[in-house]
Design a protein around this ligand. Structure first.
Ligand code: AOF
Ligand code: ZN
Length: 361
């Protein structure tokens, strides 16, 4: 049965609301819930920062007595388990809602189908799959970690007019302007972790934080692929490691040769992990609750992730400048894009342009 237009309209509102806390609820997904009575939204809730309380009890509290007989729209199936909070399905039952409309069922094995089952058993009318495609997009990080055991991976590249990402032997080359750079900071704020290779860390001495006013506390954890543990103790990354986690990923084996470096980095507050390969690294990051990973540099690393087939989205910032001689070619340009990716969004950012490509599931 096709969803009623009103159901889609209110689910769209719940999905928009869910974006409010994207990047702030890890390891929990950011879920949105609106409660509707006689065609009017009477309660709103979104998963709180840090993941709890969940969306539904907040929307119910917001609606108060008006929740009785109302319809709740939730982007993810209400939970049925006694975790760190009581089940949301129970809260909806106790709140007296007559109908629950869900976008995406929860793959978490403690919930999966049971949340809907509890509601139905209590005589509540239940519908799921409303605006499912949009709902899935809004929950991509969480769903990828639950179903694939790895974070959602976003590759960000800034490419000049002549298809370059920088210049050989130089640190940061300005490819895009301030509006595009602010957009990159927004993207960082919405992701759990950011990754660069040691080459980029050495050449640029980056901080990899969010510096937009008011959003500084949303900086992702920083992961450096640093096979031989070369990250300098004087780098900005190491100097800020006590305020915001930095994880250096050493290559496999060779314990003896690296032990001095490892101890020095650890003493400076850097976490050092060893990983066999990128697949194992992604698995380890997911196991510690990372739902989304932003891969920012450089070309070699972008290629390795692309070759492994684990890039879910490519954010291609197309700059206005020409790099010319000595340029480092981008592994991805609009003309040289892995064929499975489709353009999802294209927007102007001052003189530059952002194109977002997605690999369909
Ligand atoms: C909901 N509403 O807003 C969210 C849900 O560790 P806990 O007890 O907080 O449970 C985490 C699980 O709760 C998570 O894996 C997912 O299944 C669900 N998240 N559920 O009903 C929400 N954020
Ligand atoms: Zn819940």
């Amino acid at each position: 049965m096709a969803a009623a237009p009103d159901d889609e309209r209110f689910m769209a509102a719940a999905i928009r609301l869910s974006q409010w806390n994207l990047g702030r609820t890890s390891t929990n997904p950011s879920v949105g819930c609106v409660i509707v009575r006689d065609g009017v939204i009477v309660g709103r809730g979104v998963t709180a920062e840090g993941g709890r309380p969940h969306a539904e009890p907040q929307a119910l509290a917001d609606a108060g007595e008006k929740a009785r007989g109302a319809t709740a729209y939730v982007t993810l199936e209400p939970c049925s388990h006694h975790g760190k909070t009581p089940p949301c399905a129970e809260a909806l039952i106790a709140g007296g809602v007559a109908r629950v409309v869900v976008s995406v069922t929860d793959p978490d094995e403690r919930v999966s189908g049971r949340g809907l089952g509890m509601l139905e058993a209590a005589g509540i009318e239940v519908e799921s799959g409303v605006l499912e495609e949009e709902g899935r997009k809004a929950l991509t990080g969480y769903l990828t970690r639950q179903t694939k055991g790895r974070p959602q991976v976003i590759l960000k590249l800034a490419v000049s007019q002549d298809g370059m990402i920088g210049r050989e032997g130089e640190g940061q080359v300005a490819i895009t302007g301030p509006v595009a750079r602010a957009q990159v900071q927004m993207l960082r704020a919405e992701t759990d972790a950011i990754l660069v290779g040691i080459g980029t860390a050495l050449a640029d001495d980056p901080e990899l934080t969010v510096r937009l006013p008011g959003l500084q506390q949303l900086s992702p954890i920083r992961v450096i692929l640093d096979r031989r543990l070369e990250l300098p103790l004087g780098s900005k990354l190491v100097k800020t490691a006590n305020e915001l986690p930095v994880i250096c990923i050493a290559g496999p084996g060779d314990d003896g040769a690296l032990s001095g470096r490892r101890e020095a980095l650890r003493a400076a507050g850097v976490e050092v992990l060893q990983s066999e390969d990128l697949g194992a690294l992604l698995f380890a990051l997911a196991a510690r609750g990372t739902s989304s990973l932003l891969v920012e540099g450089g070309a070699q690393i972008a290629r390795s992730f692309l070759d492994l087939g684990v890039i879910d989205e490519i954010w291609l910032f197309r700059g206005d400048v020409v790099v010319g001689t000595g340029g480092i070619p981008s592994p991805v340009t609009p003309a040289r894009l892995p064929p499975e990716f489709v353009l999802e969004r294209s927007l102007a950012l001052g003189p530059d342009r952002l194109e977002i490509f997605r690999r369909p599931d």
